[in-house]
Design a binder for this molecule. Sequence first.
Ligand code: URA
Length: 243
Amino acid sequence: MAERLQKIIAQAGLASRRAAESMILAGRVTVDGQTITELGGKFDSSSQRICVDGKPLTLAEENVYFLLNKPKGYLSTAKDERGRRTVLDLLPEVKERVYPLGRLDNNTEGLLLISNDGQLMNGLLHPRYKVDKTYVARVSPVPTENALDKLRKGIRLEDGLTAPAVVKLLTVAADTAKVEITIHEGRNRQVRRMFAAIGTDVKALKRVQFAGLTLAGVKRGAYRPLTADEINELYKIAGIERV
Ligand code: URA
C-alpha cells in the first residue's frame, strides 16, 4: 500500500512523523536509490527499498503471542544447526520471527510461550519477577514426605541453594509417584536436579502452568494465541509498562 514516506519511517519505529519529515528534508532518505527531499510523495514499503542514512528500513513486525503444548522430542530453540526438530516446527503457520520464551528440556513436555516480543520475554525471564512455573513430575522411587520437605525448604545443588518450592504428592502407584512442584527460578534442568538431589529419578516431566496460564484446551503439539487480557496480565507480571 502506498503511504507517505514520513509515515512509513515512523511506523518502522525510527522516528516520530515530525522527525521523519526533517530527515526527508535533510536528504537522508532514499527510495530505490533516489534521494527524496519532498514530503508529498507516496511510496510502497513492501515493494520499494527505503533507506535512511543508507540503511534499509526494517519494518516493525506486529507482536504475536502463542501458548504451545510442547511434546517431547522438540528442542526449545528457534534453530538447530544439526537440523533437529525445534518447537517452531509446531507453528508452521506463524510467519513472524518468533522464538520460545525460556526453555524446556528436549524430553520435557508442556507449556511454552512463543513470541517475538523481546521486551516481554526479558521481563518474564528476569529472576526479580519470580514468575511461578508448575511442573508435574513422574518420579521413582516414591519420595518420602521428609525428602519432599527438603525441596520445600530449598535444597543445595551444585549451583547453590534453590528457593523454597511448593510441593504436593499427587498420586502413588507401586514404586512411582506423581509430584507437583512449583518453582520460580529457571536454572538449567532444575526440577530434574532437585529430584536427583533427594535420590529420585524423573521418569517424565511436564510443565502445566506458567505465570498463571495453563494448558486447558490445548492438546499436546497444538497451540493457541494468547488473549489480550492474558498478554496484559503477563506485562503486569513482568513489571513492564506497555507502550
Ligand atoms: N526443569 C527441568 O529439569 N527441565 C525442564 O525442562 C524444566 C524445568
